[in-house]
Design a binder for this molecule. Structure first.
Ligand code: GZL
Length: 318
């Protein structure tokens, strides 16, 4: 019955789905059944992830018609795989997840597909041999973000000696931001790279080591604000001036990063907007109503330099 419900709901539209699920489910404010969603969030590693989690939880609320089970994986793939398998056992209506890295998901993606549960990929993407593993993916164009950062560096600091602070190795944003950036600046100008795993502490530690190893370094491209903020701490501790002695270019545009830009410690930020929980909610409702949804939804980004004002930063949602 469960398997039949999923396939019929996906195939024949809302009427039959309501008939099959009309009895027994929790009711939302409108008296209709809540949509049971299992969401595997990869962690709480950065300001971006915190803002994304807040947006998802605010949008997939009971008032909006959802029964959300939200599990934080603490940046461990094995925790995400366990959560995904638990969601299958819990017979959720839809599974959503933001994969911490691109590979290693084949088995569990096939299990989700075999269970007939629609999968929504959020933020990051997967590289899998499973055929057509998800219904839709929503996130940013990471390669374009890297390209935008690289174009600014090439235009403003063409002879820079660049150190690249990489995000979580093997994650879509690390792979794609690096590809876009390196193609613009020329890999010959990148004197070193190391991962900071998208966290402030690890970004600081990687920069401390880089300052020792590459004394000629004069520009850092950090794959996110949090690692850039860690770099600022390391640069100051080394008696240098961030944003002056060492130019800092990052991605995200979270509040602490934008404040560093206003304060002159960052020089350029390519935005990666985390606030798209409402779009995820809409996609899930359309899937449950048997409507067709786009395979890809790109969250549009902007870019900011030191001309931004304090008022602009204060007015931002995140
Ligand atoms: C990008 C997101 C990245 C952010 C980081 O969409 O996956 O992960 O850029 C976060 O801040 O850790």
């Amino acid at each position: 019955m469960f398997m039949k419900k999923k396939i019929i709901a996906a195939g024949l539209g809302l009427a039959l789905a309501v008939a099959l699920t009309g009895c027994g489910g929790d009711k939302g404010d409108t008296g209709t059944d809540l949509i049971k969603v299992g969401f595997s969030q990869l962690g709480a590693e950065s300001g971006w992830r915190t803002a994304n989690t807040e947006s998802v939880q605010a949008s997939l609320s009971k008032e909006n018609g959802f029964d959300l089970t939200f599990v934080d994986a603490q940046q461990k793939q094995e925790n995400q795989i366990k959560a995904l398998r638990d969601f299958i056992q819990q017979d959720v209506d839809v599974i959503a997840f933001s994969p911490v890295v691109e590979t290693g998901w084949d088995e569990v993606l096939q299990e989700i597909k075999d269970a007939g549960i629609p999968l929504v990929l959020v933020d990051r993407n997967v590289n899998t041999s499973v055929v057509d593993p998800y219904v839709t993916w929503i996130g940013a164009d990471f390669k374009l973000e890297g390209t935008m950062a690289g174009q600014w560096v090439a235009a403003n600091y063409p002879d820079a000696k660049i150190f690249e602070l990489q995000g979580t190795m093997g994650s879509a944003p690390q792979l794609d931001r690096e590809a876009g950036f390196d193609a613009e600046v020329g890999v010959e100008n990148i004197i070193g790279r190391a991962t900071g795993n998208f966290t402030r502490a690890e970004g600081k530690a990687a920069t401390e080591a880089a300052l020792q190893a590459y004394p000629e370094m004069n520009l850092i491209f950090a794959h996110n604000d949090d690692m850039g903020l860690g770099a600022v701490e390391a640069i100051k501790a080394a008696g240098k001036v961030p944003g002056v002695d060492i130019i800092i270019v990052t991605v995200d545009g979270v509040r602490a990063g934008m404040q560093a830009l206003v304060d002159g410690e960052f020089n350029y930020i390519v935005e990666c907007n985390p606030v798209f929980g409402d779009q995820i909610a809409g996609l899930i409702k359309d899937i449950m109503a048997g409507k067709s949804v786009p395979k890809t939804t790109i969250v549009v980004d902007a870019a900011f330099d030191q001309t931004i004002t304090q008022a602009f930063v204060d007015a931002r949602a995140y």
